[in-house]
Design a protein around this ligand. Structure first.
Ligand code: HEM
Length: 415
């Protein structure tokens, strides 16, 4: 049956009406992306009230375009832009966000990113190989005899949170609380959160912030060989992070350090199994594993949408004008299946070697954790398939109704 796109394209103008919560969209956004690539790779999304970009060339260029930022309040006031005042019931959430690397623009972003980046360069991250390997084996040993497992809770969720908590030097016992705070805060990034979600995210931010302040205080007195201590200690040029920057950065690393990777492990396993691909070939050697991991990131990315705000009036080639202060939507998930960039883009081809996908973004906010996420995927996926060679999906997993995160509700496996 031909695909019936869940959106309506206006006849005279590239304007699209599309319900984010339509299961035909969020369960398989790639089918809609294919239709959008054919009909309207740049479109005004009526329900969202802004322009969206789906092509690889646009998304790649706009992520790097310094006329757009993740933030505008460093160059304009709320009054000037006609923005509402911050809401008191979101004060704790906003406080953590306002010092977050992800929400800053240069020069503040450059300074903070330089301080944190040292820990995330590949050379440092590669040292984690034995630990990620041992953890992956230990987790599988815990459920291998059972003949079945729910992958997200037994495996995918444990590896990233354990590793990032250990890197930062946050006690392991805190992992369940970290996951809980993080899940509650991350719900704020979904389209139009409810008041209940906002209150809950604010409470989680307050509790998370207080917990991190205590740990930071303890680390000041008990420095150790970990990232939090490194961030507390002045660097060569005497640069340090303020208390608020420390809390925000630690919270961001703990949240970003696992949310996307959990879903990517789940998405990759479901993709491989549903395609009937041969794991022995996928993970035959280091190069095959690297290409498989990249193809899974391209074809089943966990984060599909990031926004930018115009820092000045911008007229794009083709005549679209974005006014200062207006937002645009960049569809990373769609860019990854652009037929002008990837051959037969909807096909899962683990040997594909066609250059970078955009799953980790591009430009100054390019994912700082990409080397870590890639290493976790390169280790955890082959170990899972090697340990359990008869792995099968018990049922087709349900997709979460949470575009722009593309994640699965549960991944029930049998062997
Ligand atoms: C598969 C896993 C992951 C994916 C797909 C992913 C994706 C992304 C993307 C697309 C961005 C850019 C956002 C933008 O341009 O607006 C980003 C930024 C970021 N990511 Fe990741 N990420 C992953 C894992 C991680 C991990 C493991 C960490 C940390 C340990 C991490 C930490 C960060 C941070 C701190 C930023 C902000 C960087 C900045 O603003 O300069 N991410 N990530």
């Amino acid at each position: 049956m031909p695909f019936d796109p869940p959106f309506r394209l206006a006849a005279d103008h590239p304007s699209v009406s599309l319900d984010l919560h339509d299961p035909r969209f969020f369960t398989d956004p790639w089918a809609s992306y294919a239709a959008l690539h054919a009909q309207a790779p740049r479109f005004f999304w009526e329900e969202e009230g802004k322009w969206f970009f789906a092509s690889y060339a646009d998304v790649n260029a706009l992520l790097r375009d310094r006329r757009f930022g993740r933030q505008i309040l460093h160059v304009a006031s709320r009054q000037e832009l006609g923005l509402p005042e911050p809401q008191p019931h979101l004060a704790d959430f906003d406080r953590i966000e306002s010092f977050s690397l992800l929400e800053l623009e240069p020069p503040a972003h450059t300074r903070l990113r330089t301080l944190v980046n040292r820990a995330f360069v590949s050379r440092q991250i590669d040292r984690l190989t034995p630990r990620i390997t041992a953890l992956s084996h230990a987790l599988i040993d815990g459920f291998a005899d059972k003949g079945e497992t729910e992958l997200l809770t037994s495996y995918a969720e444990v590896i990233p949170v354990t590793i990032i908590a250990e890197m930062l030097g946050v006690p392991q016992e805190a992992a369940p609380r970290l996951l809980d705070w993080s899940h509650r805060m991350v719900r704020m990034y979904m389209a139009r959160p409810t008041r209940e979600t906002e209150d809950d995210a604010n409470q989680a931010s307050a509790d998370f912030g207080a917990y991190l302040a205590d740990i930071i205080d303890w680390k000041r007195k008990n420095p150790a060989d970990d990232l939090l201590t490194q961030m507390i200690t002045a660097d060569r040029d005497g640069q340090t992070l303020s208390e608020e920057e420390l809390i925000s950065t630690a919270a961001l690393l703990l949240n970003a350090g696992h949310e996307a990777t959990v879903h990517q492990i789940g998405n990759a396993v479901a993709l491989i199994l549903s395609q009937g691909a041969d794991p022995a070939a996928l993970f035959a050697d280091d190069r095959a594993t690297t290409l498989t991991v990249e193809e899974c990131l391209r074809r089943a990315a966990p984060l599909h949408l990031f926004q930018r705000i115009a820092l000045e009036d911008v007229t794009l080639d083709g005549g679209i004008t974005i006014k200062r202060g207006e937002r645009i939507g960049l569809l990373l998930g769609a860019a990854n299946v652009d037929p002008t960039r990837f051959t037969d883009p909807m096909a899962f081809r683990p040997t594909r070697d066609e250059g970078a996908n955009l799953s980790f973004g591009a430009g100054i906010h390019f994912c700082i954790g990409a080397p870590l996420a890639r290493l976790e995927l390169k280790i955890s996926l082959p170990i899972l398939f090697q340990h359990l060679p008869n792995l099968r999906l018990k049922a087709m997993p349900e997709v979460k109704d949470s575009f722009h995160f593309h994640g699965l509700e549960r991944v029930e496996l049998v062997w």
